[in-house]
Design a protein around this ligand. Structure first.
Ligand SMILES: [Zn+2]
Ligand SMILES: [Zn+2]
Length: 153
């Protein structure tokens, strides 16, 4: 989605759901989460990286997620109060945006056959085996790597 279109969509959603309450929209530079709700500043932000790569439906869902935070208040977190607000404004809980914004920027999570979890900040370039299962490289303990899901806060 083009940045000006994202801004228009965000401002329309703010006008619709939070009229006259002083909420504003801005882009941020996050790469590991899609959107954020800044309660003190009354600002909803969206990752520029996500916005550039996402379809309108996906951007709308992330914005609705954050608008629901603004409506429900900081203390509601992702509890029942937030869920009710989110559902009422059309947030479908779609997991579309629960994927990395960019694989090269994602955190990588790996699991060995025994279930030990490992994390890397770069995509592993060679086969790695689990150091907890075997002190030396072992094909029986290969770690399967996948990009971690983007956090939606
Ligand atoms: Zn292991
Ligand atoms: Zn959230």
């Amino acid at each position: 989605m083009l940045a000006p279109d994202v801004v228009r969509l965000a401002e329309a959603l703010l006008a619709q759901h939070l009229p006259g309450r002083g909420w504003t929209f801005a882009f941020d530079r996050a790469v590991r989460r899609a959107g954020a709700c800044h309660h003190v500043e009354r600002r909803i932000t969206l990752s520029r990286h996500l916005a550039e790569r996402a379809e309108e439906d996906e951007v709308r869902q992330v914005l609705l997620h954050e608008v629901a935070h603004a409506l429900a208040g900081h203390r509601a977190a992702h509890g029942p109060r937030w869920r009710a607000r989110a559902a009422a404004i059309g947030y479908t809980g779609s997991r579309l945006h629960d994927r990395p914004i960019a694989e090269d920027r994602a955190t990588w999570v790996g699991t060995c056959p025994a279930g030990h979890e490992h994390r890397r900040f770069r995509r592993p370039t060679r086969e790695t085996s689990c150091g907890l299962c075997s002190r030396r490289f072992s094909r029986a303990s290969l770690i399967a790597w996948r990009p971690a899901a983007v956090e939606v806060r």
